[in-house]
Structures are given as structure tokens and as C-alpha cells.
Design a protein. Structure first.
Length: 215
């Protein structure tokens, strides 16, 4: 397997940091990892999700943007949407340029799920398999896009997550005929506050559900 960094000019032509894992053999599968505001692509759930795809023979492109080190939170909501959409589109274009892929999997965490929503507006991604880690269920654009496109989906979220909206989640599972892993007491970091053993059990459950869904 080859590891490299692709040249990806994103918002205002600023480079989007990334790592591209290219299989040595031919593949028609691509995974794209879109992390959150402070939750990097090395977060356990994203790391293991990417590992599962690599073991299945897919190429994987990990976006490694660090919005918390920029002025992202200081700009208007409209500019934030423009920023994330341009970066997401740039990452998607760079990934698709590597080979003639037939199967695409999107893995996003928090802010990365909004990026996934933007990508689903591109016809090339409308048949993608989607894993939504702690999706921002309060974001109208993302929710509307999922309901319109109806991608094959797995939603993973905790009941103590401030973005958890059970009615919205139920509607999205129904719209996509998808699955949901809802973890009682888990926060936005998919951890159980005050209990390392329970947090590790949660991670094991997430990985097991990912393996089943991505099989």
C-alpha cells in the first residue's frame, strides 16, 4: 500500500491537508473520511472505519483539515457553509480523480457530516454508502439532503450528544431504510463520561456495527 498526500486546493485556494492510502492492486472502491471541527481523522471511530475499508481493498482519502486553528468560527454562517462545501468538493474531486471508482463510502464525524451533505448534492456521490458519526441533526441542509437523496446509511450517535434529536433521527432512518446505533449516555465524543470501561465497550460496539454495515 502506498501513502501519499494529494494536492487539494480548497476554500480560497488554501490546501486541504490529507493522506491518501492507495492499494497496490487495482480497486474500484474509494473511502473518504471527513473529520469534525476538533475530532481528527485519527479519532478511534474514524480510524477503525478507515481500517475496515482498507481491509476490504478500498483506497482511502482522509481529509485532515484543522478548522479550529483558523478563523472558521469567526466568520458568518454563510461563509462557514461556503468554506466547508468548497473543501468537501475539493476532497471529493481529488479522490475521484485517482481511479475509475464504482463504489464510494463516506465516513463523517460531526462537522464532517455537514460536508457529507454537501457531497450528496453532487450526482457522482448520490449512490455512496454513508456512515454518519454524531451527525448534526439540527442542521436543516444536511437533514434535507439526506431525505432527498436517501443514501444507504448508518447513523451513530449518543443520547447525551447535544445534537441528538430522536424524532429527526427516526425520520432519517426511515427515509434511507438505514440503521442507527444509538448509545445510551454517550456524549458527542462517543464516550461515556466517567467510565473508561463503558467507553471502551461503546467503541467495540461501534466497530462491530461498522464491520456488519460495511461488509
Amino acid at each position: 500500500m502506498q501513502l501519499t498526500s494529494l494536492k487539494i486546493p480548497g476554500y480560497k485556494d488554501q490546501p486541504v491537508p490529507n493522506t491518501f492510502y492507495r492499494q497496490d492492486s487495482e480497486t474500484r472502491q474509494l473511502g473518504i473520511v471527513l473529520p469534525g471541527f476538533r475530532h481528527s481523522a485519527d479519532r478511534a471511530e474514524l480510524y477503525y472505519g478507515a481500517r475496515i475499508l482498507l481491509e476490504k481493498g478500498a483506497d482511502v482519502l482522509r481529509a485532515e483539515y484543522t478548522y479550529y486553528e483558523t478563523d472558521y468560527v469567526k466568520v458568518s454562517d454563510d461563509e462557514q457553509y461556503d468554506w466547508i462545501s468548497k473543501d468537501a468538493s475539493a476532497v471529493g474531486n481529488a479522490g475521484l480523480a485517482q481511479r475509475p471508482y464504482e463504489r464510494i463510502t463516506l465516513l463523517g464525524k460531526s462537522l464532517g457530516t455537514i460536508a457529507m451533505g454537501h457531497l450528496l448534492g453532487d450526482p457522482r456521490f448520490r449512490t455512496a454508502t454513508c456512515v454518519w458519526f454524531t451527525p448534526v441533526l439540527t442542521d436543516p441542509m444536511m437533514v434535507d439532503r439526506i431525505q432527498q437523496v436517501k443514501p444507504r446509511s448508518l447513523f451513530i450517535i449518543g443520547t447525551a450528544d447535544h445534537y441528538y434529536q430522536p424524532d429527526v433521527l427516526k425520520s432519517l432512518v426511515a427515509a434511507t431504510q438505514g440503521r442507527a446505533t444509538v448509545i445510551d449516555g454517550a456524549n458527542h465524543g462517543l464516550e461515556i463520561p466517567g467510565s473508561i470501561p463503558q467507553s471502551l465497550d461503546t467503541l467495540n460496539r461501534i466497530v462491530t456495527d461498522l464491520q456488519e454495515f460495511l461488509r
